[in-house]
Ligand binder design. Structure first.
Ligand code: ASN
Length: 655
């Protein structure tokens, strides 16, 4: 007699665990979960996986294992290792760590699924039962024999059975597993469930092997964690499938993911690196694109490669090539013959992607030898593996509905986490208004003091960034979360300073309406008015003046020299800005000469005339706000503003 206590979900109808003979699992002693019982009577097909819907009990999950071949299921023959058909299920059935026969029989697993190739794992640490069904391909293949058609077949089988399983495990030879994993990652669009490729270096039938561990780990991951990616599990690590490459022919530790850390590691527990897990960020339904373009290839540069080799390789029908270059994407820049062949090909519509031969790192344009390739029309492949770049090309080029330009654009995009964003783009860009708004929103979700402190610390930088790009909406968002838009950054520069520099008139208006001070000084003593004068934004100068901005006594004194220098260079516009800003154009410079004297000496008659008329009208108020304001309304030589329509309600002038 063996004691067997059934899991709660299965034994829901029983009040006590039942003692059952190990070999006696006859129906009267076992209660089926009601849903499973119902299913038993409705399911009739043994062959058709589609007709079996997902399992009932909550602690069970279903995984479809597609066995394509590979060493994991090979035996040694006279000709060497070769796959053995119809042997895997039987052999797994005898391995207690990979199949719990007692549970299967007690719960009528075989009758319910009507699939003899359905097995069940013993309960996991998380108390999950993973029921897995093996779909074996015929013939089983050494992965060296696989083609894009086989990728399509795998994709279609996943698609067909997608709703019936919680996850998928693909048993595959290791030699081309990185290619298949990459290809499937692109083919599986809007993936929401885990697809885990695995295999082994030593057949599962041998005494010492890595197949059992790899299969067990892959099943546990696919059945327990919603990692919506095409992954590769090997030697206790789960990798993103399109990031791996096989690096060792003789070790259990056969794969590496040089540019991305593992998604998970199997230690005492599984540690999932959720931050790295790819999120499709889509509401579209899962589908598999099986169309792949086979006119693609990998070309590895080597010293002395001839242009005729390159020419031959790039001949039609070739449509996409991954050029494996040196270091950070370099090629000889003293080989015009070679570069010409590459240019000719890109001009005729071949997409050539520049990937590095190095295991780790990315292509960049830091060397002249790298730039020549960009000039020849190559696309930068970033840190993509050649396997990923090749299968991406194959996938993208099969999208016939796209123009060549759109295909190139797609190649440069990070579609499935196969490449890191280029470093420029990856920088947190404060001048990205979406970033500012996202931060503003996320900070406003809580009203805790700490969060408010963070908000206050970030506000000046964020507000200045928004002011820089004239993003009124972002400023409104910041304002709504309670930020004080008058605050200055580390250098005492307020959003008003920044907006004045950039000439964003409407934003200046908005900030003034929000109480921004025209008198705020940055660490250099500059006010927004100084900035607007410096960058010659007349309208902003007028508006600031209207709001009461003025130069300090020292600034006015120092202005003399600046005015003389403008007069010397005949810069009427510069002088006019100073006039509008309220400077006294008769103020002498450091050597006692006035601007008009300098202009006369330099023979700048126009300037003399303008300054004379200024002197004549000097008895009038320095600045006629109303006239100037009218002028401002009609002036269109400033940059067109596209901010939100904000009524002009600037404060009355203080002069
Ligand atoms: N370890 C392996 O699976 C290698 C085998 N030749 C294959 O790729 O199918």
């Amino acid at each position: 007699m063996a004691e067997y206590s059934r899991p709660n979900t299965l034994g829901r109808a029983l009040s006590h665990p039942t003692l059952i003979e190990t070999n006696d699992v006859s129906p009267p002693n076992v209660q089926l979960h009601p849903r499973r019982r119902r299913k038993l009577s409705s399911c009739s097909s043994v062959e058709n996986l589609d007709r079996v819907s997902s399992p009932s009990p909550a602690n069970e999950s279903r995984v479809l294992v597609i066995n394509t071949g590979g060493t994991i299921g090979m035996t040694l023959r006279d000709t060497g290792y070769a796959p053995k058909a119809n042997a895997l299920v039987e052999s797994l059935r005898k391995l207690p760590i990979l199949h719990d026969e007692l549970y299967a029989r007690q719960t009528y697993l075989y009758e319910y699924y009507k699939l003899e190739n359905t097995l069940v794992l013993p309960p996991s640490k998380l108390n999950k039962r993973i029921i897995y069904t093996i779909l074996e391909y015929s013939p089983l293949l050494d992965s060296s024999n696989m083609t894009t058609d086989d990728w399509g077949r795998i994709g279609k089988d996943i698609e067909k059975n997608y709703e019936n399983f919680d996850g998928f495990v693909i048993l595959h030879g290791t030699d081309t597993m990185a290619y298949t994993a990459s290809a499937l990652s692109f083919m599986c669009e809007h993936l929401g469930k885990p697809i885990v490729l695995t295999g082994s270096q030593v057949p599962i039938y041998e005494l010492r092997n890595d197949g059992r561990d790899n299969l067990l780990g892959a099943l546990l991951i696919a059945g327990q964690f919603v990692i919506p990616e095409v992954c590769l599990y090997f030697y206790n690590k789960l990798y993103r499938g399109n990031r791996v490459t096989k690096v060792d022919a003789g070790s259990f530790n056969a794969f590496t993911s040089p540019n991305l850390p593992p998604l998970a590691t199997a230690e005492v527990d599984f540690k999932i690196n959720w931050d790295t897990v790819w999120r499709a960020n889509t509401t579209a339904k899962f589908q598999v694109r099986t169309e792949l373009n086979r006119n693609v290839g990998l070309l590895r540069l080597f010293p002395g490669i001839t242009s005729s080799t390159v020419r031959a390789f790039l001949q039609p029908p070739m449509q996409g090539v991954v050029l494996e270059t040196y270091g950070s994407g370099n090629a000889p820049d003293n080989r015009p013959d070679l570069l010409e062949e590459l240019s000719k090909a890109t001009n005729s519509g071949v997409i050539i992607v520049n990937c590095t031969q190095c295991l780790r790192g990315t292509v960049s344009a830091s060397y002249a030898t790298g730039r020549v390739l960009m000039e020849a029309g190559l696309l930068a492949g970033g840190d993509m593996t050649p396997e990923a770049a090749l299968s991406k090309l194959s996938y993208v080029l099969a999208k016939k509905e796209l123009t060549l330009d759109a295909q190139k654009k797609m190649m440069a995009q990070n579609l499935r986490g196969e490449m890191s964003a280029d470093l420029e783009g990856a920088k947190l860009c404060l001048s990205d208004s979406r970033f500012i708004q996202v931060i503003a929103k996320s900070l406003s979700v809580s009203c805790k003091e700490e969060l408010e402190a963070i908000r206050d610390a970030l506000t000046p930088s964020l507000a200045c960034a928004a002011a820089k790009i004239g993003d009124t909406e972002a400023l409104v968002a910041l304002k709504e979360m309670g930020s004080d838009l008058r605050l200055g950054d580390f250098d005492g520069r307020t959003p008003l300073h920044v907006a004045a520099c950039e000439g964003h008139l409407r934003l200046v208006q908005y900030l003034l309406n929000q109480g921004a001070s025209v008198h705020a000084k940055d660490r250099y003593g500059d006010t927004p008015l100084c900035n607007a004068v410096r960058f010659r934004h007349k309208d902003v100068v007028r508006l600031l003046r209207k709001t009461g901005a003025h130069f300090s006594r020292e600034q006015l004194e120092e202005a003399g020299s600046e005015l003389c220098s403008l007069a010397a260079s005949g810069d009427k516009e510069g002088l006019d800005i100073w006039r509008i800003a309220g400077a006294d154009l008769t103020r002498p410079g450091y050597d006692g000469k006035t601007a008009i004297e300098v202009a006369q000496a330099a023979g700048n008659k126009d300037v003399v005339e303008v300054l004379n008329s200024y002197m004549n009208s000097k008895t009038m108020p320095v600045f006629d706000e109303l006239n100037e304001y009218d002028e401002y309304n009609n002036d269109d030589d400033e940059e067109e503003e596209n901010g939100a329509a904000i009524e002009f309600t600037a404060k009355p002038a203080l002069l």
